[in-house]
Design a protein around this ligand. Structure first.
Ligand code: NAD
Length: 497
C-alpha cells in the first residue's frame, strides 16, 4: 500500500505527524494507500522552504521563470495519460474527462508562460514638469492554495502556475481525498528546472488548513471548496492580515426558453448535469423550463438518461463514474430521498444502480426530479451529484428572478434563439459566469474564473488577469532628476497644473 507524504524543498517528506487518511478508489471502494496529515510543524517547514526560496525566485527575471514553465508545460503534456489515470483512480471521473480537466489546467500554465507580457508596467512621462511616474507589480511573497477534491489537477493549476510566474513561492494543500496528482505535478516542476522550495505540497485536513491560515509567513491564501469553509477561510485568513480569495459552492441554473433548439438543450443538460457525476462547481443542477418546455424536455432526457453508461472511470466506455466517497454517496442519495419526501416528482431514479464486479463502488445512477419548488431543500442546497432538478416557470422574468434570488451565483446559462432574451440575460443576471447556448461557461485561462454572491468571498477571481492582480502588489514610483534647481522646501500639496 502506498503512503503519500508531503513535498517540501524539492523532495518527498514523510511528515512529522502520526495522523493519516485513507486513499480510496471510488469505483471499487478499496483502500489503495494512506496520506499523511500535516501538523503545524510540517506546515511550518513548508513555509520555511518557500520563504528561503523567495528572494532568489522573485529576483529571477520573469522571462526566465517563464522558461521553466514552458518546460513544465511540456512535461505535463508528456505525462498527460499518467496524470489522468492518477485523477481517475482517486476521484473516479472517467479518463477522458480527467484528461479534459488536466488540459484546462495546462492552459493556465500556458497563460503563465506569457507572464512577461502580463507584468509589463505603465509609464507616464511628465506627470509634472520633468517628473515621470511608473507603476509596476511585485510578488506578494509566500502564497498558499487550499483545493477541493473534484479537480485534483485543474483547481491547483488555477493557482500555483500564476502565483509562481509572478515571482511568489507556493505551499499547496490539496484535498486529502485526492493527494497523488499534486505530488506528481510538484515532481514535474522540479524536473522542469523549478528551484526547490518554490512549489511545496502539504496534505491534511482542518489542522493543516488552520496552520496555513494563521501562519505569519504566508502573505496570501487562495481557497476553492464548499461555501461554509470558503467563508471560514476568508474570515480567518483576513483577520490574520492575509490577502484572501475563497471560492465556494454553487447551484447553477440553465434556463431553457420555448424557442430553444430542444435537442441541443437536452444534450447540454445531460453533459452539464451528469458529466463528472455532477461533481463540478459549474455543473448544471437546475433546469429552468420556461412555458411548456418541461413537457418536451423530460421525454428526451429520460431517453438519454436510460442510455447513459455508468461505470468505472478507467473503462473507456463509461460516460459517468462513481461519486468520490461513501460519505458523499450517502449524502447525495439522502438528497434524492429528501426530494421524494418534499413532494418533488422523481421521474428518473438512479438509486437502485448495481454494477456487477463493482458492488462496493460509490455508483449512483443519474436522477431527474420534475416539479421542484423553490422552497424545497433540494432546490436551495448544493447536492454535488448526478441529480437534476426541473423547475417550471411561466416566463423569462420568473426564471431570471429565481436565479437572482438564489444564494449562489457561480454559473448560469440560457438556451434560446432569441438575441434579445440572451442579451437581457447576460446584462442583468446576478451571476459571475454566464453561458449563452453554452451550458458550462468556464472561462478560458486568459480570462478569469469566479462567481458572485456566496459562491465567492473575494474581490479577485482566479487565473487570467485577475489572478495576476491577486498574486502581485502594485507599486508606483514618481521620479525627477533635478539639476541645479534649488526651490527650497515646499509646504503646500504639489500640483502639476
Ligand atoms: P470542502 O470545502 O469540503 O474542502 C475543500 C478544502 O478545504 C479541502 O482541501 C479540505 O481539506 C479543506 N477543509 C475541509 N473541511 C475543512 C474545515 N472544517 N476547516 C478547514 N479546512 C477544511 O470541499 P470539497 O468537498 O473538497 O469540494 C466540493 C466543493 O467545492 C463543492 O461545494 C463545490 O461547489 C466547491 N467547488 C467550487 C469551485 C469554484 O470554483 N467555485 C470549484 C470546485 C469546487
Amino acid at each position: 500500500m502506498k503512503r503519500i507524504g508531503h513535498f517540501i524543498a524539492g523532495k518527498r517528506d514523510p511528515g512529522a505527524g502520526t495522523r493519516a487518511g485513507d486513499i480510496t478508489n471510488p469505483a471499487t471502494g478499496e483502500v489503495s494507500g494512506s496520506v499523511a496529515f500535516a501538523t503545524a510543524a510540517d506546515v511550518d517547514r513548508a513555509v520555511a522552504a518557500a520563504t528561503a526560496a523567495l528572494p532568489g525566485w522573485s529576483a529571477t527575471p520573469p522571462v526566465r521563470r517563464a522558461g521553466i514553465l514552458f518546460k513544465f508545460r511540456e512535461l505535463i503534456v508528456k505525462h498527460g495519460d499518467e496524470l489522468a489515470r492518477i485523477i481517475t483512480l482517486e476521484h473516479g471521473k472517467v479518463l477522458a474527462d480527467a484528461k479534459g480537466s488536466l488540459t484546462r489546467g495546462l492552459e493556465v500554465v500556458e497563460f503563465a508562460c506569457g507572464i512577461p507580457q502580463m507584468l509589463k508596467g505603465e509609464f507616464s512621462e511628465n506627470v509634472g514638469t520633468a517628473v515621470d511616474s511608473w507603476g509596476f507589480r511585485q510578488p506578494v511573497g509566500v502564497c498558499a492554495g487550499i483545493t477541493p477534491f473534484n479537480f485534483p489537477a485543474m483547481v491547483p493549476m488555477w493557482m500555483f502556475p500564476v502565483a509562481i510566474a509572478c515571482g511568489n513561492t507556493f505551499v499547496l494543500k490539496p484535498s486529502e481525498k485526492v493527494p497523488s496528482c499534486a505530488m506528481r505535478l510538484a515532481e514535474l516542476f522540479i524536473e522542469a528546472g523549478g528551484p526547490p522550495g518554490v512549489l511545496n505540497v502539504v496534505h491534511g485536513d482542518k489542522e493543516a488548513v488552520d496552520a496555513i491560515l494563521h501562519h505569519p509567513g504566508i502573505a496570501a491564501v487562495s481557497f476553492v471548496g464548499s461555501t461554509p469553509i470558503a467563508e471560514y477561510v476568508h474570515h480567518t485568513a483576513s483577520a490574520a492580515g492575509k490577502r484572501v480569495q475563497a471560492l465556494g459552492g454553487a447551484k447553477n441554473h440553465m434556463m431553457v426558453m420555448p424557442d430553444a433548439d430542444l435537442d441541443q438543450a437536452t444534450d447540454a443538460l445531460m453533459g452539464a448535469a451528469f458529466g463528472s457525476a455532477g461533481e463540478r462547481c459549474m455543473a448544471v443542477s437546475v433546469a429552468l423550463a420556461v412555458g411548456d418546455v418541461a413537457d418536451k424536455l423530460i421525454p428526451r432526457l429520460k431517453d438519454k438518461m436510460a442510455r447513459l453508461k455508468v461505470g468505472p472511470g478507467t473503462d473507456t466506455d463509461s460516460e459517468m463514474g462513481p461519486l468520490v466517497s461513501k460519505a458523499h454517496y450517502e449524502k447525495v442519495k439522502g438528497y434524492v430521498d429528501l426530494g421524494v419526501k418534499e413532494g418533488a416528482d422523481l421521474v428518473v431514479d438512479g438509486r437502485g444502480l448495481h454494477l456487477q464486479g463493482y458492488e462496493k463502488g460509490y455508483f449512483l445512477g443519474p436522477c431527474l426530479f420534475d416539479k421542484v419548488q423553490p422552497t424545497m431543500r433540494i432546490y436551495k442546497e448544493e447536492i454535488f451529484g448526478p441529480v437534476l432538478a426541473m423547475v417550471r416557470v411561466a416566463d423569462f422574468a420568473a426564471g431570471a428572478k429565481l436565479i437572482n434570488d438564489h444564494e449562489f451565483g457561480n454559473g448560469t446559462a440560457i438556451f434560446t434563439r432569441d438575441g434579445d432574451a440572451a442579451r437581457e440575460f447576460a446584462a442583468s443576471i446576478q451571476v459571475g459566469m454566464v453561458g449563452i447556448n453554452v451550458p458550462i461557461p468556464v472561462p478560458m485561462a486568459f480570462h478569469s474564473f469566479g462567481g458572485w454572491k456566496r459562491s465567492i468571498f473575494s474581490d479577485h477571481a482566479m487565473h487570467g488577469p485577475e489572478g495576476v492582480r491577486f498574486y502581485t502588489k502594485l507599486k508606483t514610483v514618481t521620479a525627477r532628476w533635478p539639476t541645479g534647481i534649488r526651490a527650497g522646501a515646499e509646504y503646500t500639496m504639489p500640483v502639476a497644473r
